[in-house]
Design a protein around this ligand. Structure first.
Ligand code: AMP
Ligand code: ZN
Length: 478
């Protein structure tokens, strides 16, 4: 399957532009060029944000698995993203810096590193490029100059006139420029949907991040950044642009308008636009303005391995909303433990068996992933493989092949790695082992009353004794 020439089932992807499944046809034969809107590094990413990158990673892995030479770009937005997508409010990073009395550059570095740590923990592959928006400001200015015929100046900065491109907002399916969510807070804009390309620093103010430009000292608009970084690193047109579904409404229509102006074309700049649906959480814990919000570290602190969260994402199709719950996390962790234990048994069997020769067909897996990245089906099929007849070593090879797409890191994952000490745990591991040793003695002496009492003692401390598990015990997670 990892042949040089793309093979197997035709890859069908849902294109938000046409709202249809379309066959992936690379612009450059044998290659796939993908741009993913990256994080705004003013705070930690929440796990909903990370769903967007798990999705982009599965897309990238699938393209690689099917034999395309992948060039993936994920940008880092460290300037220009306002607190309100409809072109209003403050710059998210300037605001965070003011609140924390910290340099904006330190804030950006800190949260970029935190984001990269989450990327690593979730086994998301490194893209070819991580462009950082502030490194591209001169190129943004040049891009803005080249589309000046589509822009007009207001006291606040340079604005894009959305009436100068054809089908503005087609991606959002907006029928008119006063569609939903299009607020108009800036005086003098020609159309409500017009957006800032360059925002001037208001007179008498200074920003920590500002640059000279033909339109005065200021900072680039967020939409401009993605057009410039994608065009620079992948070349227009490129194959696939991804982001969360919220970007389908404003950010991506605005990128498209800029791309059209820049390329003197009606085309959007990317052949396929893909959007992942949201991870939702009812109690509002996903909001970064809430005190304790749902970031990956919170899951880890509570004893959940980050790859259990990845599995939770894979269990839903990327275009479906996914509801977060702790029960769901628990179920995903248990499932992952079962998978790993199944593989450990299969490994032991493979060692005691003569090596296999027959290759298992991965046809169904290929069909499932090629059908708009149907990861729930791939998972089901991959798990079936472990139950098939035939040589254990063949089955192992087949499962690890599926994992090239799923990215659960199954070759290296062990049952003990999945046992993460919750932050709230009071008892230490040696104490647990000592109690278990006493329990073993009691059982050997057929003193079941003592054995049960020790089990209850551990249960009261949040530890579950698991006689069927190779590790013998685990943390009880709420
Ligand atoms: P931001 O850092 O706000 O620019 O968001 C980073 C990425 O996360 C974008 O692609 C968003 O569309 C996406 N995103 C934001 N919230 C969620 C969510 N709850 N579930 C899935 N993706 C999200
Ligand atoms: Zn973007």
């Amino acid at each position: 399957m990892s042949a040089d020439v793309p093979t197997g089932a035709p890859l069908k992807l849902f294109n938000s532009l046409t709202r249809q499944l379309e066959e992936f046809r690379p612009i450059h034969p044998g290659e796939a060029r993908v741009y993913t809107c990256g994080p705004t590094v003013y705070n930690y990413p929440h796990i909903g944000n990370m769903r967007a990158y798990v999705f982009a990673d599965v897309l990238g892995r699938t393209l690689s698995w099917k034999g395309y030479k992948l060039t993936h770009v994920i940008n880092i937005t460290d300037v220009g993203h306002l607190t309100d997508d409809a072109d209003a409010g403050e710059d998210k990073l300037e605001k965070a810096a003011a609140q924390n009395a910290q340099s904006i550059w330190d804030i950006a570095r800190h949260y970029t590193e935190a984001y990269w740590a989450d990327i690593k923990a979730l086994n998301i592959r490194q893209p070819a490029h991580w462009p950082i928006a502030t490194d591209y400001v001169p190129k943004m200015i040049a891009f803005a100059q080249s589309i000046s015929a589509h822009c007009y100046e207001l006291p606040g900065g340079l604005y894009f006139d959305t009436s100068t491109v054809s089908h503005y907002g087609a991606l959002a399916r907006a029928v008119s420029d006063d569609g939903e969510g299009r607020i108009d807070p800036v005086e003098g804009k020609r159309h409500r949907a017009d957006f800032a390309i360059w925002r001037k620093t208001p007179p008498g103010e200074t920003r920590q991040m500002e640059w000279d430009s033909p339109w005065g000292r200021g900072a680039p608009g967020w939409h401009l950044e993605c057009s410039v970084m994608s065009g620079e690193l992948l070349g227009f047109p490129f194959d696939i642009h991804t982001g969360g579904i919220d970007h389908r409404e404003i950010h991506h229509p605005n990128e498209i308008a800029q791309n059209q102006a820049f390329c003197h074309s009606d085309a959007s700049g990317a052949n396929i636009w893909m959007h992942n649906n949201f991870l939702v959480e009812r109690s509002g814990k996903m909001s970064k303005s809430a005190g304790e919000f749902l970031r990956l570290q919170l899951l880890i602190d509570r004893g959940y391995h980050p790859l259990a969260y990845r599995l939770m994402c894979l269990q839903a199709h990327y275009r479906s909303e996914l509801e977060f719950s702790w029960e769901g996390m628990q179920a995903a962790l248990v499932r992952l433990k079962r998978i790993v234990m199944g593989l450990e048994r299969l490994r032991a069997k493979a060692e005691s068996e003569p090596a296999g020769t027959a290759e298992l067909s991965l046809h169904q897996i290929d069909e499932a992933i090629s059908n708009d990245l149907n990861t729930p089906r791939v998972l089901e099929n991959a798990l079936l493989i472990s139950e098939l007849k035939g040589h254990a070593s063949d089955r192992l090879v087949a499962i690890f092949e599926c994992d090239k797409v799923l990215g659960l890191g199954l070759q290296a994952l062990t049952r003990s790695a999945l046992r993460i000490r919750p932050k709230s745990a009071m008892i230490t591991e040696p104490e647990i082992e000592a109690i278990l040793a006493r329990r073993k003695e009691a059982r050997a002496a057929k003193d079941f009353a003592t054995s049960d009492r020790l089990r209850d003692e551990l249960a009261a401390q949040g530890v579950e004794v698991m006689d069927g598990d190779p590790l013998g015990w685990d943390w009880k997670l709420a």
